[in-house]
Design a protein around this ligand. Sequence first.
Ligand SMILES: Cc1cc2nc3c(=O)[nH]c(=O)nc-3n(C[C@H](O)[C@H](O)[C@H](O)COP(=O)(O)OP(=O)(O)OC[C@H]3O[C@@H](n4cnc5c(N)ncnc54)[C@H](O)[C@@H]3O)c2cc1C
Length: 450
Amino acid sequence: MKKNQTRRKFIKTSALGLGGLIVARQGYKYINQSTAKAKIVIVGGGAAGITMAAYLSNMLRDKDITIIEPNEIHLYQPGFTLIAAGIFNAKDVAEPTSKLIPRGVTWLKDSVQDLNPESNKVVTKSSGTISFDYLVLVPGGQMNFDLVEGISRKNLGEGNAHCIYDYDGAQRCFEAIQKLENKKETKLVFTDTYTKLKCGGAPKKITFITDSYLRKKDARTGKTFDYYNNGATLMTPDLYGDRLATLYNEKAITPHLKHRLVAVDTYGKKATFEELPEPTLAPTPSSANYEKVVVDYYFLHFVPPMSTPDFVKKSPLATQEGDLKFGGWVDVDKETMVHNKYKNVISFGDVSSLPTSKTGAAIRMQAPIAAANLVSLMEGNEPEQKYNGYTACPIVTEYGKVLMCEFGYDKEIMPTISWLDPGVEKGMWWVLKKHGLKPMYYHGMLKGLI
Ligand SMILES: Cc1cc2nc3c(=O)[nH]c(=O)nc-3n(C[C@H](O)[C@H](O)[C@H](O)COP(=O)(O)OP(=O)(O)OC[C@H]3O[C@@H](n4cnc5c(N)ncnc54)[C@H](O)[C@@H]3O)c2cc1C
């Protein structure tokens, strides 16, 4: 076998070994198959919906499960960052939904427009009203590009304003990063958003990737990097926030805290930020007189404000009080994931009010617990399994290194490998991100095996 084939094989095997360690750590005990019967409707066939269907399918002897999902193609969203880094191709992260729906589960290719939890019904766009005994509400988050003045989703990339949260956007972003190599004195601007968002680490990942790409090409000199951050620190828990601040300093990326992007002039290449006295999830009141900062840029990476989809936001299932009401996040118990008012509704993943970071890694932990609790409810028992808020975000800090941020509720650090310093970026996490996580997602998590 040739030398680099052997090396590649070794790296892939190591990634799978690391994956195995992560899986072993979950330690979740299966329950025996239940004979409980009920009609379960799952709204959304993304990471959470398919994983939940797989667990329920394994747990129930006699199943009646329908997933309502409009898209024929399922996208592995954590791969978008690696598309923007030129590591994955677009097709590497796309699979037909039909291949992923568990056997014995019905797929209704439609989208839900209304939720009526009082009458146990959902209204779909084309198939009329569907009734349920139990509802699993997992339609993910909605990206509200139009809340940034001057931006529209279909024109992403126009005026060199990019966003890797969008499938096409991630591809255009990599094209633009490659072109930066030939620019001399250039201003690059990066920002996150003020709302709750999926993978809060992604805006930092793309900043580091761009920096690292240019260093690899010996083209970093003469380029300024500014990062406008909504929060008062780069990240919590502080262990990770402090490490990121050190890396920003070392890599000459200037952070600007408590700034919110409100408009982009893609023709004039100007980004307008508001400087808020304190971070808040509330949309800016039009009456507010915050200081405006207008920044010229050559390349911009931004993140749109996020919320639940409109049909969730307007429903009685959305949180009605406190800061979470602004995004309409589904009001569930943070441990059992059962709705606080409607006890036959379970929700988790990006759409939920769970006070943890919204990631696929969190869903891997949430789904088996949510499924066990749903089966308990069907059997007439209390939901007893409890989720501890575990989430993980592998922040790529350069090609070849990842800071693996793992934490739970109350910002408790929860490292998978307890004897490794969690506050330092490592090559082995890069190997896992590049080679291990995608197979784990498709062949483990979505099948309800890990
Ligand atoms: C750029 C980026 C990087 C990321 N990096 C990581 C990472 O490194 N690690 C990590 O763990 N996570 C990462 N994530 C986050 C992860 O992808 C999400 O947390 C996860 O996909 C959320 O799963 P979900 O099922 O809640 O939502 P989704 O996967 O978004 O699925 C929601 C589904 O609901 C469907 N739906 C929407 N509206 C309706 C409707 N009206 N009716 C029926 N169905 C509907 C949608 O079509 C979709 O299929 C990243 C995400 C992005 C965008």
